[in-house]
Ligand binder design. Structure first.
Ligand code: ADP
Length: 505
């Protein structure tokens, strides 16, 4: 790579990493794609190419699945005692922490997010989930079950269940939290004793590749346990989702592609877990700590440039406080410093790609032409190659507008007042979406808050906070926001099969 392409000085390891064409990681080796094809990775702040990656396709996926299959079927990973497996998973967490600076820089260069946030949030949460999961390696347990069997009254049985690894897992991840999504998926698969083919997003493959290098250099995984195939969704993701020798596919991304994954998985009825889109409401009651709610609602939509599946993109504020809340959020929006993620004064970086820029700016225009009133932002600029969209607040929105119905996945808030006191009616408005990923409720009245939390059809409800994540909290969606949960001990169910064993004593 021509170092002058980077406008900011970077860690030596980052410079070295970017200077080499990135290969696929199959069976413990770095290899070119069979067809020799590559794709370019850009810095979204400049639109300039920063790296070249191998473009994997079906034949590379076949090789990776064969390696993962062999590693699984030979019990190369599963036979390692749980305490030793747990130590290896923990070690990956430590390795991530040791490489915080370079992983944060790669994440910022690749995705556009501010480098300090990449370090404090993305990298820190990534190491944390490996350590959280490591503890579970020794606690994946079955049960003994007293059985009756009415048709053999004389017999005596001993029955128990075993939780066994589901097998070879295909993991397809998105570009909004590239390292963290890899960490969520790899940590549980390794802990459960599965073997893996990981397909990072083509927009942001770098941090997962660097993590794989770090793991490979540490020599802690047997060959074939982890395989990483970069490439385009249709070329590398689709054959992975469809592969007959893959036992489970875990996907995070758009609802649209999630539906394709379920169809592709149907061939061998592989297990499927999906963490998809959202259109999450932020509901503010007049008795809330309004200043805290304003700051929280702003961060709910603007964190990660609105590129969060659980972004609080629909603001519902009671009419008594609506103007104050909308004004407060708009003021915050107008003061957010937009710029390159590697500039340490930047508070919001560019969107990840030109495709997202076109999509989000298109929604801003559609909101305007549908009669929405812009209270802040509404501006976007790609004149110098970067994909910058300013934090935007729309008022005068209604449930029929596309900006209210559809997932924008950008820093665009749609604000609506409500006048109801009836929690059922408020919940009905909050639930008026095909999605069901998250919501936040802002009120000092514990009854109101808890009752409403119970009525909202979403996998996560935050009360007086938003975007609070922890490795121990299950995360996932109702309705078209997905199947199954990531994180917490709940996710282990998605990576294990349950076997009932009965002995005739
Ligand atoms: P977004 O719309 O946010 O870009 P996508 O759902 O398109 O997210 O992408 C998420 C992940 O799914 C990426 O790794 C992408 O390459 C992959 N992907 C895209 N299309 C397909 C497909 N048809 N089959 C499997 N994976 C896909």
């Amino acid at each position: 790579m021509d170092a002058s392409i980077l406008n900011y000085s970077v860690n030596d390891n980052v410079a070295k990493f970017l200077s080499q064409t990135k290969k696929l990681y199959i069976n413990g080796d770095w290899v070119d794609s069979k067809a020799g094809k590559t794709f370019e990775v850009e810095d979204p702040a400049t639109g300039k190419k920063i790296a070249t990656c191998s473009a994997g396709a079906e034949e590379d996926i076949n090789l990776a699945v064969t390696a993962a299959r062999k590693a699984f079927d030979s019990n190369r990973w599963g036979s390692i005692p749980p305490n030793e497996r747990g130590k290896i998973v923990w070690k990956i967490g430590d390795l991530i922490d040791e490489h915080t600076e370079e992983l944060a820089q790669l994440e910022s260069l690749d995705n556009g997010k501010p480098v300090a946030i990449a370090g404090a949030a993305d990298v820190a949460l990534s190491s944390d989930i490996f350590r959280y999961m490591a503890g579970w390696a020794t606690k994946i347990e079955g049960e003994t079950i007293p059985i009756s069997v009415p048709y053999t009254p004389e017999a005596q049985y001993h029955s128990y269940t075993l939780r066994e690894p589901v097998g070879v897992v295909g993991q397809i991840i998105p570009w909004n939290f590239p390292l963290l999504m890899a960490a969520w998926k790899l940590s549980v698969a390794l802990t459960a004793g599965c073997t893996i083919v990981l397909k990072p997003a083509e927009q942001t493959p770098l941090s997962a590749l660097r993590l794989t290098e770090i793991i490979n250099d540490a020599g802690i995984l047997p060959e074939g346990v982890l395989n990483v195939v970069t490439g385009l969704g249709e070329e590398a993701g689709a054959p992975l989702a469809a592969h007959p020798h893959v036992d489970k596919v875990a996907f995070t991304g758009s609802t649209e592609v999630g539906k394709l994954i379920t169809q592709a998985a149907a061939g061998n009825l592989k297990k499927v877990s999906l963490e998809l889109g959202g259109k999450s409401p932020t509901i503010i009651f007049p008795d809330a700590d309004v200043d805290a709610a304003i700051a929280g609602a702003a961060s709910a939509i603007f964190f990660n440039h609105g590129q969060c599946c659980c972004a609080g993109s629909r603001l519902m504020a009671h009419e008594k406080i609506f103007d104050k809340v909308a004004e407060g959020i708009s003021k915050i929006a107008s003061n957010i410093k937009v710029g390159p993620g590697m500039d340490t004064s930047t508070e919001m970086g560019p969107l990840v790609s030109n495709e997202q820029f076109q999509k989000v700016s298109g929604y801003i225009e559609s909101g305007k032409s549908d009669g929405g009133e812009i209270l802040a932002g509404g501006k976007y600029d790609n004149s110098e190659g970067g994909h910058f969209v300013h934090p935007t607040v729309f008022a005068k929105t209604n449930a029929d507008m596309s900006i209210v119905k559809e997932e924008i996945f950008g820093p665009v808030l749609c604000a609506q007042p409500f006048s109801d006191q009836d929690l059922d009616k408020i919940a009905e408005a909050a639930n008026n979406t095909n999605y069901g990923l998250a919501a936040s409720v802002w009120s000092k009245d514990i009854s109101t808050a808890h009752k409403l939390a119970g009525k909202i059809r979403a996998g996560t409800v935050w009360i007086n906070c938003h975007n609070i994540f922890d490795a121990s909290l299950p995360f996932g969606g109702y309705k078209e926001s997905g199947w199954g949960r990531e994180m917490g001990h709940e996710v282990l169910h998605a990576y294990t099969e349950l076997k009932a064993v009965t002995v005739n004593l």
